[in-house]
Design a protein around this ligand. Structure first.
Ligand SMILES: NC(=O)c1ccc[n+]([C@@H]2O[C@H](COP(=O)([O-])OP(=O)(O)OC[C@H]3O[C@@H](n4cnc5c(N)ncnc54)[C@H](OP(=O)(O)O)[C@@H]3O)[C@@H](O)[C@H]2O)c1
Length: 383
């Protein structure tokens, strides 16, 4: 007579429910590890007359090796850097040929490789900007792991990523909203909260209504600070008021806009500056600074190369710090803040995947206020 252990499990006469549960578990584990076969569409940089163009290609679907995760990208967003790269402004001739553009994107985990412990199939994730900057100060190696540049980007229906280079996204955000976070939002967050130690009631100066500045605006407003924002267009300033601006200044109409900014603080000056303008804005921004204020050196929309008047910083006990996006640890801290305050990223317009080249041209137009997003693949509308 056969003992029970030698009889196959499906012939042992258990109740029907046991068999159904076993079949469902087997199906679930198959779907968790199986990687659907086939091709994926992605954009790649191709050289064109000293700059680059976006070419839509079909490539074999990647697979997840040990420690890696396969992500179906649902949405990506653009930063000024992406346009600069397309225009080959960083002086690395041919460096990006064949690479996948865009650092910022969000999607859903569809397969996990062996030894993956941070994610399971179905998790909603975003890529971190520097794939190898996890925490603490950055190493030289971490700073050459930028997505969409030295490392592969997000403008692809499916990407493979090391699990360490992803974060879970806040639950209340759609994929389109979460896709705006990795670069501009994190830069603003680090400038204000990590380097600047922003406090409720602080006056904050934001230059222009680009991506970094608008995130600075919504973060400062959520924290109970008083954001003052400049723009070349009154209609954009109107929109900024709707997003929580305490004060606004048109820098085209007011050549000496820094005086108006100081007036808006009642003479106190601003406690925090996110300087994205660089050469033309930094000297004026420093004139707005309050005693003990902080300026985050972030961008060069008007070029780099301002002389930093160290004596004027010294007399008022001010600090200046360079900010280059941030680490995964910073991203997770920012996400906690976004969830706590239910912050919603400002989005101007969402393009379809096939319209990605138009999204870049729209950024060039400067007619936008809020992030420019591209929806990737089918069924990407929401989280
Ligand atoms: N260090 C980092 O980690 C980091 C991260 C992200 C970005 N950046 C840099 O920061 C800068 C901003 O990036 P972004 O993605 O936020 O740019 P963006 O979204 O392209 O911002 C464009 C807007 O900036 C405003 N602007 C342009 N020139 C200006 C000037 N001279 N003075 C004041 N405002 C001006 C304009 O606003 P109005 O239309 O309202 O006038 C324009 O619409 C860029 O130089 C970028 O390379 C650095």
């Amino acid at each position: 007579m056969l003992t029970r252990t030698l009889i196959p499990w499906w012939q042992r006469g258990y109740p029907a429910a046991v068999y159904i549960a076993a079949i469902m578990l087997a199906a679930l584990s198959l779907s968790a590890s199986a990687e659907p076969a086939g091709a994926v569409r992605q954009y790649q940089f191709v050289p064109a007359d000293g700059r680059y163009q976006l070419a839509l290609k079909e490539v074999p679907r990647p697979s997840a090796g040990p420690g890696e995760v396969l992500v179906r990208v649902h949405a990506v967003s653009l930063n000024r850097r992406d346009l600069n790269m397309l225009d080959n402004e960083y002086g690395d001739d041919d460096a990006y040929t064949g690479g996948i553009p865009l650092s910022d994107g969000a999607g859903e985990v569809i397969a996990v490789g062996e030894e993956v412990s941070r994610f399971v199939v179905g998790d909603r994730v975003a890529g971190i900007f520097f794939e190898r900057w996890i925490d603490g100060p950055p190493s030289p190696d971490a700073l050459v792991s930028d997505r969409g540049g030295n490392a592969g980007g997000m403008l692809s229906e499916v990407i493979v990523s090391h699990e360490d280079a992803l974060v879970k996204i806040p639950q209340h955000l759609s994929y389109e909203e979460a896709a705006t976070l990795p670069c501009a939002a994190l830069t603003a967050w680090v400038g204000l909260f990590k380097r600047g130690s922003l406090q409720p009631g602080h006056f904050v100066l934001l230059e222009g209504t680009g991506g970094v500045s608008l995130f600075g605006l919504v973060f400062a407003a959520a924290a109970g600070a008083k954001p003052i924002i400049t723009s070349s267009r009154d209609e954009k300033l109107e929109r900024a008021i709707g997003l929580g601006a305490f004060g606004t200044v048109n820098y085209r109409k007011n050549a000496e806009w820094q005086r108006r900014v100081r007036e808006l603080t009642g003479g106190h000056g601003v406690d925090q500056v996110l300087d994205v303008g660089g050469k033309d804005t930094l000297p004026r921004a420093l004139e707005t600074l309050a005693y003990g204020g902080h300026v985050a050196l972030i961008g060069g929309l008007s070029g780099y190369g301002s002389d930093l008047p160290t004596d004027s910083l010294m007399w008022i006990n001010a600090t200046a710090s360079g900010v280059y996006v941030g680490s995964r640890e910073d991203f997770e801290a920012m996400n906690a803040f976004i969830s706590q305050h239910q912050v919603r990223p400002p989005i101007d317009r969402v393009f379809d995947f096939e319209q990605a080249p138009q999204a870049y041209e729209y950024m060039r137009s400067a007619d936008f206020i809020g992030k420019i997003v591209v929806r990737v693949g089918p069924g990407a509308a929401n989280g």
